[in-house]
Design a protein. Structure first.
Length: 64
């Protein structure tokens, strides 16, 4: 599914950072911790949401 707009734990808006995080960290160009630091995602709960998210939109979309 898509990244949640807000962190489940603290309510901070994190959805706006997903595209840049995915582009910079998931392709192996940079360390995910450094990317999150640059984006200003400092809380452990928000970092957990970003690092552990699995994008399943392409898998689920044929069944709608």
């Amino acid at each position: 599914m898509m990244i949640p707009v807000r962190c489940f734990t603290c309510g901070t808006v994190i959805g706006e950072h997903w595209d840049e995080f995915k582009a910079r960290a998931r392709e192996g160009d940079e360390d995910p911790a450094e990317v999150l630091d640059d984006l200003g995602v400092t809380r452990a709960c928000c970092r957990r949401m970003m690092v552990s998210h699995k994008d399943l939109v392409d898998v689920v979309s044929p069944y709608q």
